[in-house]
Design a protein around this ligand. Structure first.
Ligand SMILES: Cc1ncc(COP(=O)(O)O)c(C=O)c1O
Length: 184
């Protein structure tokens, strides 16, 4: 089925606005701040208007409703990613999530000589935490190069680099180059 761009755009109220230069808004900076479709905006408004409270930390109606909504969202998202709800952790964004892995798992489990594989396409949110760890613990950071003809990863280099790696960090789709990787 062809992608119905107008139908998708119509889900996002912000895409209906005109810019000061008289042009329609086209927005690509989703990795930094994603725009919200109407159903999400409505759901956020409903939360603040009807049951804004502390999930898992009180014994009253609003808190029960907030807890159910939070946990229901966790189930829906984990199903989307093919994982279980107890493996689904909310964070404020990519930088916090990657630092959580770096501070919560890697500092406990990696030591000098262990190898972390990155690619030359990673955003610095997926580079700096590993450089810091490398400085602190002596782990080795390897970068998989980009094939400069196709602007995709050099998969032969990837196979070799990943062979004895303790951790592989790779962007599924690069928002700089548009390259998509078969992370499965
Ligand atoms: C490709 C990419 N990854 C990660 C980030 C960092 O994301 P966050 O603000 O969620 O930490 C950005 C932010 O611009 C980004 O463009």
């Amino acid at each position: 089925m062809p992608l119905d761009v107008e139908a998708i755009r119509s889900d996002f109220p912000i895409l209906g606005r005109m810019l000061p230069n008289g042009k329609k808004l086209v927005y690509f900076d989703n990795a930094a701040t994603s725009q919200k479709p109407k159903c999400v905006i409505d759901s956020m408004s409903r939360y603040y208007e009807e049951y804004n409270s502390n999930a898992h930390r009180a014994n009253h109606t609003l808190a029960d409703e907030a807890t159910s909504a939070l946990e229901n969202a966790r189930s829906v998202i984990s199903e989307f990613f093919g994982t279980s709800p107890d493996q689904m952790i909310y964070t404020s964004g990519a930088t916090e999530a990657i630092n959580l892995v770096s501070y919560g798992w890697a500092r406990e489990n990696l030591s000098e000589g262990d190898v972390i594989v990155l690619t030359e396409m990673e955003h610095h949110a997926d580079i700096v935490p590993w450089q810091q760890l490398s400085k602190e613990k002596g782990v080795e950071v390897r970068y998989v190069p980009i094939d400069t003809d196709s602007f995709t990863l050099d998969m032969d280099a990837f196979e070799i680099a990943a062979q004895d790696a303790a951790l592989v960090c790779v962007v599924p789709t690069s928002n700089v180059l548009g390259a998509r990787h078969a992370v499965e």
